[in-house]
Design a protein around this ligand. Sequence first.
Ligand code: ADP
Ligand code: ZN
Length: 291
Amino acid sequence: MNLLGAIEAGGTKFVCGIGTEDGKVEERVSFPTTTPAETMAKVDSFFEGKGVQAIGVGSFGPIDPVKGSATYGYITTTPKPHWSQYDIVGHLSSQFNVPIGFDTDVNGAALGEHLWGAGQGKDSCLYITVGTGIGAGIVVNGELIHGLSHPEMGHILVRRHPEDSYEGFCPYHGDCLEGLAAGPAISKRWGVPAVELSADHPAWQMEAYYLAQAIMNYILIVSPEKIIMGGGVMKQPQLFPLIHKELKNLLNGYVQHSALNDDIEQYIVSPQLGDNAGLCGALALAKMALS
Ligand code: ADP
Ligand code: ZN
């Protein structure tokens, strides 16, 4: 079986791994994200001599994943020091003579869950992460969606909760979904780290109020067959039933499907690849690049 390389390029750490075309990760290393020169030197030496047939990169963004574009393969307008306009695919191509797959971390995770996780057997699935930021990727007919660039589903506008006076922290939009519902918003609104709030704290009802609106919009626009919710904030298991209930209220019976009416617990679920989701996502991008 072909060996594939995987790079989970995060804003705080890089994880590199070797895996197979059936999604098994056999070896992994992790190091902090510093400058591109220093970080990529570690990436290069990890893959040197490993004989990988393709490398997949699931990257923090924004990035340019559109083949044929002048800046294809670049991390583009990130505020992260040193990484703005960095040609990561160009660098890897100059070091390794193999196909390079490149997409956002969430698109990678969506593809990984589609191939090997909670989205298996479906033609479409949406993966959303609720962590330091909010991002989502979507597979339709087995393929990741791109257009001008990649979707930015974390920055959609939502209706404000009547009891919420927190202004939102998105530097671009203030109170977009990410600004109101990512981990830092919860911590800033309630004055304690999200992880320290008790399971019955009203924070979670408000969180579900925002996330359910986002999911309703995704359902109305693309009608995915499965929705997978990951990231640090979704480690609060009480959020799932709150989201299910809020979503049913919002949809109000408009979309008639048994997945929404009777089986909503099986429709909106946790990732199946768990802590390997990011690396498996990059592995899935490598597999895609090879085919
Ligand atoms: P990142 O988005 O940076 O990749 P995470 O998905 O772990 O990383 O998200 C980190 C955010 O999630 C932080 O804002 C943190 O407050 C929040 N978070 C992490 N773990 C939990 C938890 N168990 N419960 C609630 N919030 C959490
Ligand atoms: Zn925003």
